[in-house]
Write a protein that binds this ligand. Structure first.
Ligand code: ADP
Ligand code: MG
Length: 731
C-alpha cells in the first residue's frame, strides 16, 4: 500500500519556510488552553479527530514531482525549476523589490518579490541551489516569475502531487499539510463494508486498471496525495474510483442513521385509529364522505388508503403527504381527522401562517362543525394575535379534551398547548424542517396521559414535492405519499415573462380582467434586509394601481397589518368585492380564491423557484383561463443573473411541481433547498445527489442488510462518519 504511493509523506516544498518532519505535529486538544492560533483554527474548522483531518480533502493539487528545464518552460505554464542563483539585488525603481536571477544550464529566469524578508535573501544568496515553482511570464528582458514558491534544492522529489487544502489565515498551509499527513498515518480505518458489498464504480471507464474496488484507506491516501499520472479531470469531477468510494461511504452512513431512526420509531406505540366498525352513518368519516361536493380523485383515494393503513397500526405514523398546489391535500387531512375523532381522540392541524391556518380552519369547520356539535364536541382555534381571555378559554378546551378539533399556527400550538389525548397531528407546509425539529415536535405533541414510549401519529403536508433523491436521502426516515393528479376541470395557467418597462401594458390588462368580472393578485417581493422597504414598495404599488384603475377596488395586504385588518381584506377579496389585491408574500401558500385568474409577480427575478411556483398555484383554481405574469427588472446591469434567468425560464417552461422542484434543487443545491440553516441537519459533504444516484441506491439497499446482519460494522461505520454529532440516530 505504502509503496504504491511512493513517498506518500514526502515533504511538500512550495512553502518558503523549512518544513519539519511530520512527527512533531501535536494533536489538537480542544479542551485544553493554551492552544496556538493554528490549533485553535483546527478546532474551529472541526478538524479535531484524525478522521476529520483525513476527510479534509484538497481543493486542488500542485505538481512538484518533476523539474522542467527553463528552456522548455512556456509562457503561462506553472512549472518547477531547479536552479542556481547567479545574482541577487534589491531594486528601488519602479518600486522596491528583490530581483533574483537564476539559471539551470538551459536558460535563465528572473524571480521578483515585492515583499521579502532578510531570511529570503539569505536562502536565495548567490550560489544557492533552489527549487522554484511558479507561473512563467515572458517579459521583454526574458523569462520571469513573480512571487514564486521556493526552497533549498535538497532531498528527492515527491512522488505524489502536493495537496492544497482549504484553510483560513491563522492556519498555514504547511501546518495543515503536516497535521493531515500525521492524521492519515495514524488514523485507524478498518473496513466497515460487509464482504462482497463494494459500491458500484459509476461513470468511470476502466483505464489503467483503476476499475477495481478501493477501500476507504486507499481512497483517502490517494485523494490527499495522488500519483502524477492521474487524470486530474476525474479528481475534479469526483468520478475517480477513490472519490466514488468516499461518496459511497458517506451516503451509507446517512442511510444507516436514517434507517436506525426509523426503526427506533417503529418500536414506539401510538393509538390505533380505525374507522369504527358498526358506527355506520353516525360516524364523522362516513358523513364527511357523503357531504363532499366532489368525488375524490384516484390519487386522493390512494393516499387516503395509505394513511388509513398507518393509522390502524399501533406504531406512530411519520408520513409526508406531498402534492402540488391545488391537488387537494386538505380534504385528505380532513378525512384522516374524522377517523381520529371517531375513535375518540383529539386531532390537531397546524399551518405556518395565520391566514393559512384560518383557511384550513374554515374548511374543516365548514365540513365538520355541525357534525361535531351533534356529538357535544367543540373546536379550538389558536393563533398569534388572540386576546388573552380567548386564548385561555381555548387552551382550557384543549386541555380538558372537549375540543376534538384543534387548528392553529405552528408557533402557538408548539409553544403553548398541552393536549389531553392527541392522536393525530397534521403539519402543513413544513417540509423544510429537519430531523432535529421533527424530533422536538414529536416530543412536544405527546399528550399528558401518554407514556414515554407513546406518540401521536404525524402527517406532514407539503406543496413543494421533494425530488426523489432528496426523499431517498434527507427524508429517508419518512414514508411518503404523493398526490400526482389534480382535480378535474382545472385550466392550465399561461405564464408570461414581461420586462418591467412594459408594466403599463400589464396594468391595462388588469383593467380588462376586472371589467370581465375576474380578480387579480399583484405580489410584491419581500425584501429580507428591510421590512420597511418591502412595505413601502407594496404601498407605492398599491397607490399606483389604485390611480391607474379608477373604479376598481384595490386592496393591500402585508405582514405588518393587524390581524383584524388582514382578515377584513381577505374577506373582501374572497367575496369578490375587491378586484385587485396587492400583497407581499403573505399569500404565498394555500390561499384559495377560485375567481382569481391573473397573478402578477413584480420583481419576479428576486423570488425563489419554489416560491414562484407556489404563488402561481393561487390562480387557475376555477374554470376560467388563467395567467401568471412574471414582471422582471434587470436593474442597472441591463441583464438578469444566470440563476434568475434559470428560474424564470423554468417557470415559463413547466407547470409540473416535481420538475420545478428538481430544477430548484439543481439551481440552489440541497443546502439551500432544504433550508439548512433552520434544519440543523448534517448535509452531505462529498456526495452530490444530482450525480450520485447509483451510489445512493446502493447505500439504500445495503443499509437494511447491514443493520440486520452486521450491526457492529454498521455502528462503527456511522461513528466514523457522523462522530459525536449523529443527529439522525436521535430522531
Ligand atoms: P392543496 O393541496 O394546495 O392544499 P386544497 O386542499 O386547498 O389544495 O384544494 C384545492 C381546491 O380543490 C379546494 O377548493 C378543494 O376544495 C378542491 N378540491 C379538492 N379535491 C377535489 C376533488 N377531488 N375534486 C374537485 N375539487 C377538489
Ligand atoms: Mg394546502
Amino acid at each position: 500500500m505504502q509503496g504504491r504511493h511512493g513517498s506518500l509523506f514526502a515533504v511538500p516544498l512550495s512553502e518558503e519556510f523549512p518544513i519539519a518532519g511530520t512527527a512533531g505535529v501535536p494533536r489538537p486538544r480542544p479542551a485544553k488552553a493554551p492552544a496556538s492560533p493554528a490549533q485553535q483554527a483546527l478546532v474551529k474548522l472541526g478538524l479535531t479527530r484524525d478522521i476529520d483531518l483525513a476527510l479534509h480533502l484538497p481543493l486542488r493539487y500542485e505538481d512538484e514531482t518533476r523539474i522542467t528545464p527553463i528552456r522548455g518552460a512556456r509562457e503561462g505554464d506553472t512549472v518547477q525549476i531547479e536552479v542556481t542563483v547567479t545574482a541577487s539585488e534589491v531594486q528601488l525603481r519602479p518600486r522596491r523589490q528583490l530581483v533574483v536571477t537564476v539559471e539551470d544550464g538551459t536558460g535563465s529566469c528572473e524571480l521578483r518579490f515585492f515583499s521579502f524578508y532578510p531570511s529570503h535573501q539569505k536562502t536565495m544568496a548567490v550560489g544557492a541551489r533552489l527549487r522554484v515553482r511558479g507561473e512563467v511570464k515572458g517579459g521583454f528582458w526574458g523569462r520571469q516569475m513573480v512571487h514564486p514558491a521556493f526552497r533549498k534544492a535538497e532531498g528527492e522529489l515527491p512522488a505524489a502531487l502536493t495537496p492544497v487544502y482549504p484553510t483560513v489565515a491563522q492556519l498555514p498551509q504547511a501546518y495543515l499539510r503536516r497535521a493531515v499527513a500525521t492524521a492519515l498515518a495514524r488514523v485507524q480505518l478498518p473496513e466497515t463494508l460487509p464482504p462482497g458489498q463494494e459500491p458500484p464504480l459509476a461513470r468511470f471507464d476502466s483505464q489503467n486498471g483503476l476499475q477495481r474496488p478501493w477501500n476507504l484507506r486507499e481512497a483517502l491516501l490517494f485523494l490527499h496525495h495522488p500519483t502524477p499520472d492521474v487524470a486530474l479531470a476525474t479528481l475534479q469531477d469526483h468520478s475517480h474510483p477513490a472519490w466514488q468510494r468516499l461518496k459511497a461511504e458517506e451516503l451509507l452512513a446517512q442511510q444507516l442513521s436514517q434507517l436506525t431512526a426509523k426503526r427506533e420509531r417503529a418500536r414506539l406505540r401510538a393509538p390505533v385509529l380505525r374507522p369504527q366498525a358498526g358506527a355506520g352513518t353516525g360516524a364523522l368519516h362516513e358523513r364527511l364522505l357523503a357531504r363532499l361536493p366532489f368525488d375524490l380523485t384516484g390519487a386522493q383515494r390512494r393516499v387516503c388508503e395509505e394513511i388509513a393503513r398507518d393509522l390502524g397500526r399501533p406504531v406512530p405514523m411519520h408520513r409526508l403527504l406531498q402534492g402540488d398546489v391545488g391537488s387537494g391535500k386538505t380534504v385528505v387531512a380532513a378525512l384522516a381527522a374524522t377517523v381520529c375523532m371517531d375513535a375518540g381522540w383529539q386531532f390537531n392541524d397546524t399551518a405556518p401562517t395565520e391566514i393559512l391556518a384560518e383557511q384550513h380552519f374554515a374548511k374543516l369547520i365548514g365540513w365538520l362543525e355541525p357534525l361535531l356539535a351533534e356529538r357535544g364536541q367543540q373546536v379550538a382555534w389558536l393563533v398569534g394575535g388572540q386576546k388573552k381571555k380567548e386564548r385561555a378559554a381555548m387552551l382550557e378546551r384543549i386541555g380538558s379534551g372537549v375540543a376534538a378539533l384543534v387548528v392553529g399556527t405552528h408557533a402557538v400550538i408548539q409553544e403553548q398547548v398541552r393536549f389531553k389525548n392527541l392522536a393525530l397531528a397534521v403539519i402543513d407546509e413544513q417540509h423544510r424542517f429537519g430531523v432535529a425539529q421533527r424530533l422536538a415536535l414529536r416530543q412536544k405533541l405527546r399528550s399528558d396521559g401518554m407514556s414515554d414510549s407513546m406518540e401521536p401519529h404525524m402527517l406532514m403536508m407539503s406543496a413543494t414535492p421533494i425530488p426523489r433523491t432528496l426523499a431517498m436521502s434527507y427524508y429517508a426516515d419518512l414514508d411518503v405519499s404523493t398526490i400526482d393528479e389534480l382535480p378535474p376541470g382545472r385550466t392550465p395557467v399561461v405564464t408570461k415573462l414581461i420586462a418591467d418597462s412594459r408594466r403599463h401594458e400589464v396594468v391595462e390588462r388588469i383593467g380588462a380582467q376586472v371589467a370581465a368580472g375576474r380578480q387579480v393578485y399583484w405580489v410584491c417581493p419581500l425584501i429580507e434586509e428591510s421590512e420597511a422597504l418591502d412595505l413601502s414598495n407594496a404601498t407605492a404599488t398599491h397607490v399606483e394601481l389604485a390611480e391607474a384603475l379608477p373604479g376598481v377596488a384595490v386592496g393591500l395586504l402585508h405582514s405588518r397589518m393587524p390581524t383584524a385588518e388582514k382578515k377584513a381584506v381577505m374577506e373582501a377579496f374572497k367575496s369578490g368585492a375587491m378586484g385587485v389585491l396587492v400583497s407581499t408574500t403573505v399569500i404565498e401558500v394555500g390561499v384559495d380564491v377560485p375567481n382569481a385568474s391573473l397573478m402578477v409577480i413584480e420583481h419576479a427575478e428576486r423570488f425563489g423557484l419554489s416560491q414562484l411556483h407556489q404563488l402561481r398555484g393561487r390562480v387557475g383554481r376555477g374554470a376560467a383561463a388563467s395567467a401568471c405574469v412574471l414582471l422582471y427588472s434587470t436593474g442597472d446591469s441591463g441583464r438578469l443573473g444566470e440563476t434568475a434567468q434559470g428560474r424564470l425560464k423554468a417557470m415559463a417552461e413547466t407547470h409540473d411541481g416535481f420538475e420545478i422542484a428538481r430544477r430548484d434543487l439543481d439551481i440552489r443545491g440541497p443546502g439551500e433547498f432544504l433550508g439548512a440553516r433552520q434544519s440543523g441537519d448534517a448535509l452531505l459533504r462529498f456526495a452530490d445527489l444530482a450525480t450520485d444516484t447509483l451510489l445512493l441506491e446502493w447505500a439504500r439497499a445495503l443499509a437494511p442488510v447491514m443493520l440486520d446482519q452486521y450491526p457492529q460494522l454498521a455502528e462503527r461505520h456511522v461513528a466514523r462518519w457522523l462522530g459525536g454529532h449523529a443527529t439522525y440516530s436521535r430522531a
